[in-house]
Design a protein around this ligand. Sequence first.
Ligand SMILES: Cc1ncc(COP(=O)(O)O)c(C=O)c1O
Length: 390
Amino acid sequence: MYQKCSYGKSELNGSGDQINNRIHEIDLRSDTVSRPTDAMRDAMKNAIVGDDVYGEDPTVNQLEEKAAAMLGKESGLFVPSGTMANLIAIMVHCDKRGSELFCGDRSHTYLFEQGGASQIAGVLLSTLVNKSDGTFSLDELEKKIRLNPDVHEPFSNLCIFENTHNICGGRVIPLDWIDGLAEICKKNKIKLHMDGARMFNAAVAMKCDAKELVKHCDSACFCLSKSLSCPIGSILVGSKEFIQKARRMRKVLGGGMRQVGIIAAAGLVALDHMIDRLSEDHARAYAIAEAIHNLKSPLFTVDLKSVETNMFMIYMDPKIITAREFIHAMVTVSEEERNNDLNIIVKCCSRFPEWVRFTVYNQITDNDVKLVIKKVTFVIKQQFEQTLLK
Ligand SMILES: Cc1ncc(COP(=O)(O)O)c(C=O)c1O
């Protein structure tokens, strides 16, 4: 069942490590709440800038070239958000009216981009059932591709996959599956785009070069914000011709920014210093997941094999307890907790009643991990198990 996005909200204002002397608040809703590092703020202050719509911002140019080279593509384009990066890719690849694209039914493009593909680009979104590992059936895709469409049908022009897969719990998409997908797309003259909002998490988890992940893709994007900790920005990469067209689309969407080197400067710091450290986030996410798994709760489960990057899901039976109830307990400090000096609030988020997602990022420390484990242990063992398993 689908539900309105549910984010843990405490009664306290704001976020941050220590809200006051009594309550320790840890925000694991998403890596979108990550904050820029001091090195980023210094680079932003000192950035050399120009008018990027004229192509005259040296810092943006440097960032676009660096990102393209890192991903083995000819060109790159700096855009304000992942949503815009995906939409631009769709608009370029599906420039013929009456186009159709394929994506997973749990993909960000389908669930969380307001149907921009249809609303703005006029493209039909055809979904494929996402498996729990973030892939979808390649047979189903092949069956749905319209060969020589007649007058009744749209043109199948694009396929999008997500890596890491957010709503499947930060799953890393296997390279051999991407090989198979690319083969089908090539055979059927369909363009392939990777929504790699967190592609460097995937590369670090697989211990491979990010180039490997996108080598078959006509275009790909990643976010500098989120796990790389920048305040704003995404990069779209592809061939020179693709990026020339993408630059035009960015302008019509209002994404042409002027002295934006001030933000791109943070992106350069991210590409130099924030990628290798992602393994620390992965280890912290795993430590929390493992602790929950070791509770052996009959009510809550974590599939440790699926914990691959900086996020993971806790599953529950919504007939017994819903994600919303769990989230509420995590952001509430009960009297018993107060009396036991457990003044901890952990924000987490959900989209479906049967799971809650925890996400780790740069600002989450080892001490935070310890506190999260204390809190979640209390909520599961003392609160839910004691009342529901009587
Ligand atoms: C997989 C994926 N793609 C795209 C986006 C959109 O990014 P933005 O919030 O920068 O528009 C997100 C955001 O969380 C995401 O998780």
